[in-house]
Ligand binder design. Structure first.
Ligand code: NAD
Length: 484
């Protein structure tokens, strides 16, 4: 098989296999072809991985931040050198066009390794002077063994967004990729070893949800970082709470994008395209509820349809193609099911709406107009290329409607009115907001959700606080006064 790795798991610096685990077939979404067969981790494999991470941790933490950072920065360089091959692999794993994977996957993983590698040497505590000469100092300590659990839409990026800050702080990691896209995390693990990471610092185990669940409840684990759906997040958060573990939850969304009639329509259409159809719509922060002010609605829809007609749908390995298949038949069927619901509930289909014939899991980019707030397609996360366009009249009205959702991952506004733009983002109940653009997530900026979309933040300096904790040391320079 074309992309068969040496073995399913990567533990203590080596590939490890246990064929007793349930099989995981890796399917190339463009053709339906099986490109690798892996095995879900058995309890013995999980145990081995956690032991490996546990025994590597103290030594890794004892290295200087400069040394740890150097390993991460070397890994970033290796990833960039191998970007083409890693992108081809990612395209086979996810179906995303090479045009995207070449610029958004291994490269963004490398950015995280470089950024947190750069920060590693500057992670410190502080000195706090008190009255009478006493003082406190704080020591920033690693949490211990961290578990990362990934979704299937950005497998390399997620493996690095979790691994890089964890390792920079002196933790070790056991990462479980999504069973749908298990291949690229193994490459990240290999590259870290090549870059000089001690064995056991970054381990990968494959598996379905039950493997994730067994990692979360294990007493050796201090922290869990999940990227996934809200229902999974609820389960993982609850299981982690039982052991009082630290968590980061990067979950789903149904984010609003508001387009006022004074906006630059071409930019707004570009933002709506990026925020709904990049990666065939399989992006958590997508602005899938596009509120367009009535005055420009028809102009917006006309330009959107014209531009969607120029999308190049096809073989994701052709670098001209910019719209690929869905990650799996299942995900395609979920999205097609929502299109049926949209039709049945009376939304107006203005573009697409159909599966594309063939062996691959292709469907058309789809736009519904005249969507109302109560329709299923406006309330539930679809995680596919289905945009809902809703009309509005006033700022006050749209603000309330935009926030009327259990989710709070992202939100965007297109307007040329400067004060209105800032007023709107101040009112958004969302973790990541955009003014006159959409869906950019540079490693320098915090990323994450509020409300049901998650807890904690990835990326930026803030991620450090989610992968380390402070020890407080009170130092007395005086005699101890006791009451008796
Ligand atoms: P999912 O929730 O089905 O699975 C996510 C991961 O959790 C997988 O690795 C899965 O095996 C594992 N898992 C499932 N049940 C588990 C359990 N009980 N205990 C531990 N682990 C378990 O999500 P998905 O379908 O892989 O990904 C799509 C979802 O991810 C969407 O909701 C999307 O919005 C979200 N997502 C969020 C972000 C973000 O940064 N906020 C990024 C990408 C995707």
């Amino acid at each position: 098989m074309k992309f068969q790795p040496k073995a399913s798991h990567f533990i203590n610096g080596e590939y490890v296999e246990d064929t007793n685990g349930a099989p995981i077939d890796v399917i190339y979404p463009a053709t339906g072809e099986v490109i690798a067969r892996l095995h879900s981790a058995t309890p013995e494999i999980v145990n081995q991985a956690l032991n490996s991470a546990k025994s590597a941790q103290a030594k890794w933490e004892a290295m200087s931040g400069t040394e740890r950072g150097r390993v991460l920065r070397r890994a970033a360089d290796i990833m960039r050198e191998r970007n083409y091959d890693l992108s081809v692999l990612e395209t086979h794993d996810t179906g995303k066009p090479l045009q995207e994977t070449l610029v958004a996957d291994a490269t963004s993983g490398a950015d995280a390794l470089e950024y947190f590698g750069g920060l590693a040497a500057s992670l410190t505590g502080e000195h706090i002077p008190l009255g009478g000469g006493d003082f406190v100092y704080t020591i920033r300590e690693a949490l211990g063994v961290c578990v990362g659990i990934g979704a299937w839409n950005y497998p390399t990026q997620i493996a690095c967004w979790k691994g890089a800050p964890a390792l920079a702080c002196g933790n070790t990691m056991v990462f479980k990729p999504s069973e749908t896209t298990p291949l690229s995390a193994l490459q990240v693990a290999e590259i870290l070893i090549e870059a000089g990471a001690p064995k056991g610092v970054y381990n990968v185990v494959q598996g379905y949800g039950d493997v994730g669940a067994s990692l979360v409840t294990d007493p050796r684990v201090a922290k869990v970082s999940l990227t996934g759906s809200v229902p999974t997040g609820r389960k993982v958060y609850a299981a982690a709470a039982d052991g009082m573990k630290h968590v980061t939850m990067e979950l789903g969304g149904k984010s609003p994008m508001i387009v006022f009639d004074d906006a630059d329509v071409e930019n707004a259409v570009s933002g709506a395209i990026l925020g709904n159809f990049y990666s065939s719509g399989q992006v958590c922060s997508n602005g899938t509820r596009v509120f367009v002010q009535k005055g420009i609605k028809e102009q917006f829809l006309a330009r959107l349809s014209e531009r969607l007609a120029t999308a190049k749908i096809g073989d994701p390995l052709d670098e001209e193609v910019n719209f690929g298949p869905m990650v799996s038949e299942n995900q395609m069927n979920i999205a097609l099911g929502y299109i049926e619901k949209g039709r049945a509930e009376g939304a107006r289909l203005v573009y697409g709406g159909e599966r594309i014939d063939g062996d691959g899991f292709y469907m058309q980019p789809t736009v519904f107009a005249d969507v109302t707030d109560d329709m299923t397609i406006a309330r539930e996360e679809i995680f596919g290329p289905v945009m809902s366009v809703l009309d509005f009249d006033t700022e006050e009205e749209v603000m309330a409607r935009a926030n009327d959702t259990e989710f709070g991952l992202a939100a965007g506004v297109f307007t040329n009115d400067l004060t209105r733009a800032h007023r709107i983002v101040a009112g958004f109940e969302a973790g990541t907001c955009y003014i006159n653009t959409y869906n950019l997530a540079p490693v320098e900026a915090p990323f994450g959700g509020s409300k049901m979309s998650g807890v904690g933040r990835e990326n930026s300096k803030l991620a450090i606080n989610h992968f380390s904790e402070m020890k407080t040391v009170y130092v007395s320079m005086n005699d101890v006064e006791a009451p008796y």
